[in-house]
Design a protein around this ligand. Structure first.
Ligand SMILES: C[S@@+](CC[C@H](N)C(=O)[O-])C[C@H]1O[C@@H](n2cnc3c(N)ncnc32)[C@H](O)[C@@H]1O
Length: 163
């Protein structure tokens, strides 16, 4: 919904592997003419499946789902996106807290090996709410790599395909 409001002239094609998730999304975006929803596995994502092959410019958003894949499958998925959308910018939102999620270095290595470079990032929220220093920390993590990888929770990264 936010995407369609922010980019009213864009077509939004959203996929999820789960029919239930797609049905829920359909209930929410039912009235938006420029949204297309489809059941599609990111590991097998294709321009044909999404119907974007004739679109002038395609931007890929991988929002909060890369960590659902096993470690080996993550590389398959990113390589697939690189092959299917060779010129597209890719935005990835993800927690970088390690464990079952990602570390910042792990995520950047994954995309680097698929020949992307990491250009920008935006921290969405912090791991811990520390009342007094929270606003200062929130500002600092947007700029300082050392702090981002230690204090950020969810982050959006922009990856640009290398030519
Ligand atoms: C935390 S939810 C995020 C949903 C939505 N992308 C968002 O940002 O609000 C994770 C979603 O990833 C989906 N998912 C898991 N593995 C997937 C895959 N291989 N391909 C596509 N979607 C997948 C799940 O079905 C689930 O709906």
């Amino acid at each position: 919904m936010l995407l369609t409001k922010t980019f009213p002239f864009a077509s939004v094609c959203a996929n999820d592997i789960s029919p239930v998730a797609v049905e829920r999304a359909r209930e929410k975006v039912g009235q938006c003419g420029n949204v297309k929803l489809c059941i599609q596995d990111f590991r097998e994502i294709s321009q044909t499946g999404l119907g974007t092959e004739n679109h002038r410019e395609v931007v890929v958003l991988i929002l909060e789902c890369l960590y659902y894949l096993g470690v080996g499958e993550r590389q398959i998925c990113v390589d697939r996106v690189r092959r299917e959308f060779p010129k597209s910018l890719v935005f990835v939102s993800i927690p970088i807290t390690g464990g079952d999620y990602f570390t910042e270095t792990g995520l950047i290595d994954l995309f680097t090996s698929a020949k992307y470079s990491s250009r920008q990032f935006k921290v969405l929220n912090l791991r811990n709410d520390i009342p007094l220093i929270h606003p200062i920390l929130e500002a600092l993590v947007q700029h300082c790599f050392y702090l981002t990888s230690r204090a950020a929770n969810q982050v959006v990264y922009l990856f640009v395909p290398e030519v």
